[in-house]
Design a protein around this ligand. Structure first.
Ligand SMILES: *[C@@H]1O[C@H](CO)[C@@H](O)[C@H](O)[C@H]1NC(C)=O
Ligand SMILES: *[C@@H]1O[C@H](CO)[C@@H](O)[C@H](O)[C@H]1NC(C)=O
Ligand SMILES: *[C@@H]1O[C@H](CO)[C@@H](O)[C@H](O)[C@H]1NC(C)=O
Ligand SMILES: *[C@@H]1O[C@H](CO)[C@@H](O)[C@H](O)[C@H]1NC(C)=O
Ligand SMILES: *[C@@H]1O[C@H](CO)[C@@H](O)[C@H](O)[C@H]1NC(C)=O
Length: 261
């Protein structure tokens, strides 16, 4: 499309101003939001229900908020992992176009809050019965006894994943309304029953070697998962921090929590 310069400039102006407006804040309390009390130590079930509702009701994104995509499938453009843990692993991995299925079926097992020197902490346990991941991979280095240098498609399935999320947030006033500023996030994988992986094209299309390599990975999934756990947790924290920060900047605190006006 060719546009004359002044027309293009006007078009950009309209686009940019509509983005700014669309990102302002959520105007109306969604019907499924029941504000919980942050200071009440018995608000656990209320918090669990609210968080679970957020996962389910906003699985296609948050209405009016750009930059927070769908949760199911959840897409991440690019992840890089470099991990060296002799003797089992020394790899550089690039994952692109990642698509994760199953997050909207998250069950929140419990939730707790803590108020401490101006900060609120929100902690909850999440259970996911099955997660499916598909992405393009590029891998170089060694895994267990194999030397690898390949690229292809990676598919993975995770059974019974349970993790803990702790969010630290600080209320702040913006144009007369209180929003939560998320200042830290920490996740911890509490349980995982099984990981299956399937990588295509591990040995230039040699199917026999490929399938025995995948078998080796799947037989040793627990060992591989443990050496990758720190970097997976970091990646997960970064993805969640981005998402929660955007949501809490957009949704006034009073829609979540009864303690604010
Ligand atoms: C990215 O993934 C989606 C869905 O998994 C697929 O339809 C699309 O073709 C992929 N794009 C690339 C460039 O691989
Ligand atoms: C939350 O649930 C998990 C899993 O059932 C449990 O391990 C944890 O102790 C619970 N936490 C609280 C605060 O109840
Ligand atoms: C890995 O494969 C790429 C592309 O096939 C090739 O250019 C590169 O030299 C290989 N690296 C090693 C260390 O074998
Ligand atoms: C939110 O907290 C971060 C880090 O704690 C801080 O740098 C930032 O200025 C805060 N945001 C606003 C809008 O005050
Ligand atoms: C891995 O995926 C390939 C291609 O989709 C398929 O042919 C193969 O059967 C799969 N292997 C396993 C162990 O699931």
């Amino acid at each position: 499309m060719q546009l004359h310069k002044p027309v293009a400039a006007l078009w950009w102006f309209l686009l940019v101003s509509s983005v700014v407006q669309a990102q302002d804040f959520l105007q109306e309390q969604p019907a499924f939001f029941k504000p919980c009390s942050l200071k009440d130590t018995n608000s656990g079930p209320c918090l669990s229900a609210t968080i679970e509702n957020i996962f389910q009701q906003w699985r296609n994104g948050v209405p009016g908020l750009r930059g927070v995509g769908a949760l199911d499938p959840f897409r991440v453009g690019k992840i890089r992992i470099a991990q060296r843990v002799p003797p089992n692993l020394d790899v550089q991995v690039a994952l692109r176009n990642m698509s994760t299925m199953g997050l909207s079926r998250a069950k929140i097992l419990n939730g707790t809050t803590l108020f401490n020197s101006g900060h609120y902490s929100l902690g909850f346990h999440v259970h996911l019965s099955q997660i499916g991941i598909t992405c393009n991979y590029k891998l170089k280095g060694h895994v267990l006894v194999l030397n690898l240098n390949s690229s292809g498609i990676l598919r993975s399935e995770l059974d019974n994943l349970e993790f803990y999320v702790a969010l630290k947030m600080k209320p702040q006033l913006v144009k007369g309304l209180t929003f939560m500023n998320v200042t830290a996030i920490k996740t911890d994988i509490a349980r995982i029953d099984r990981v299956r992986v399937n990588l295509t094209n591990l040995f230039n299309g040699n199917k026999e070697l490929e399938s025995s390599a995948n078998e080796l990975f799947n037989e040793n999934w627990r060992v591989l998962f443990e050496v990758l756990r720190p970097v997976l947790t970091q990646t997960f924290d970064a993805v969640l921090l981005d998402r929660f920060t955007k949501i809490f900047n957009y949704v006034p605190a009073k829609f979540f929590f009864a303690d604010f006006a």
